[in-house]
Structure formats: C-alpha cells, structure tokens
Design a protein around this ligand. Structure first.
Ligand code: GLP
Length: 241
C-alpha cells in the first residue's frame, strides 16, 4: 500500500481529487466507486470546483456508491442518496441515470443486492474506489466479524457504528440498524483504491490497518492484499505510523 501523509484535510481532499481527475482524463467513461461519511466531503467539494472550472468532465462517468441504510427513503436527509446528491451529483455535469446508490427501500432487498452486483459487472467493474474507514476498521458497511461477505449484501450495523453515526440523527433510536453494502470482493475487484482518513480519532485504526496482519476483525486490512491502494491521511490520522 502506498501511504501519503498530507499537511491537513484541505491537502488530503485536493490530493484525492487530483487522482480522480487523472483517472477521468485517461478514461472519460470511468466507473467511480464512491463513499459517504464526513471524510470525503472535502474531496467532493474539490470535484465540484474542478467541474465548474472545466477541469473534469463527468458527462460520460458512471458512479456506484458503496452502501445505503435500509428503511430510510432517498428523500431523508440522512440517506446516502441524499448525501451524494447534496454534496456532488446536483452540482456536476453527470448524467443522473449513471449514478447508482443501493435502494434501501427495495421491497425485495435480496434481489436489490444481486441486481447491484450484476450492474457493477455489466459496467466492467470499478476503475477507482474511494473509501473512508470506520473507527472499527469497517469499509463501506463491512463490519468486523469472523467472516466477511464477497458481494453486495445486507449487514447489521455494529453497535459502535450506530453510536458513531448517531451524531447525524436527532436521536440514537432513529439510526437504522441495517444497511446494504458492497462486499469485500466488490471492493477488492476495483482496479485502484484510495482510502481517506482525517483527524486524531482515526490514528489508531490507520496504524492497525497498515501494521497488523490481515484480519477479518479489521475489514480494511484486507486491502493489504490489493495491488493498487493509496492511503491518504492528514497529519493527525497519520500520527501513529
Ligand atoms: C460510515 C460509512 C463508511 C465511512 C464511515 C466513516 O459508517 N458507511 O463508508 O467510511 O462511516 O465515516 P466518517 O468519514 O464520517 O468518519
């Protein structure tokens, strides 16, 4: 894994945006794997700026998001579809039909998961996957456990994840307990991965991700077996490496 320690969050966001710009320049119909959470917000802001400055053309780009809560509609301000529209899709020249987020309100969730993987395969897989990381080492919503799932699937959120994400909801009870997430196999098949982490609260998990053995209890550690991963952190998140 390549590691880039940047001076601050601003530079982290710019570094990630520049790499995505390069990928799209080399392949105008690139497939991007996208993440939610507070970490990539700066990256999306930069992408919007680059699009406005005509430095990136999203017109032929396709996107697949990692995950979505089960049981809240796209119109809910905490749904990941809402997040993506708000921070990125509404402000760039992407064809909205080419933006994909799992449907957490699907009647048949199992069929939704299978269709998502089928669509990913149909588009030839992901050229560059953006990842954040949970404090417990989760990527997407692949939570720590004795086994990890390969394809898109339904997952029960870990207590710590519900706790961490409750800051975005008015009460802890409102946080969904289940989500649809791409699986570890989907992420590992991406041709390139950039994992972003910012702030002191991520320092411990970043050092474990880089230094521990591959362990299903730290799902992100599987990335050690991926041939093209860049971990981009700011000084605080990189403090223990
Ligand atoms: C959520 C998302 C993850 C994200 C993580 C970290 O649980 N499902 O994809 O990486 O939170 O979020 P943050 O960037 O806010 O720390």
């Amino acid at each position: 894994m390549n590691i880039i320690v940047t001076a601050n969050y601003e530079v982290l966001s710019e570094t990630a945006a520049n790499r995505i710009a390069e990928v799209i320049k080399n392949k105008p119909n690139a497939v991007l794997g996208l993440a939610t959470g507070s970490t990539p917000i700066g990256l999306y802001k930069k992408l919007v700026t680059y699009n406005k400055e005509n430095l990136i053309d999203f017109s032929r780009v396709t996107t697949f998001n990692l995950d979505e809560y089960i049981g809240i509609p796209a119109s809910h301000t905490q749904s990941y579809r809402y997040f993506m529209d708000y921070h990125l899709f509404n402000h760039i020249n992407i064809d909205y039909q080419k933006t994909h987020v799992p449907n957490g309100m699907a009647k048949d969730i199992q069929a939704e998961c299978e269709a998502y993987d089928e669509m990913l395969r149909g588009h030839g897989g992901i050229d560059i996957q953006v990842l954040g990381i949970g404090n417990n080492g989760h990527i997407g919503f692949n939570e720590p456990g004795s086994a990890l799932t390969v394809g898109t699937h339904v997952t029960e959120l870990a207590q710590g994840t519900i706790e961490a994400n409750s800051r975005f909801f008015s009460t802890r009870e409102e946080v969904p307990t289940q989500a649809i997430t791409m699986g570890i196999g989907d992420i590992m098949k991406a041709r390139e991965v950039i994992l972003l982490a910012s702030g002191i609260t991520k320092a411990d998990i970043i050092s474990r991700l880089l230094e521990d053995k591959i362990d299903t209890y730290i799902p992100a550690s599987l990335l050690q077996a991926h041939p093209h991963v860049t971990v981009i952190v700011d000084q605080l998140a990189g403090q223990l490496i």
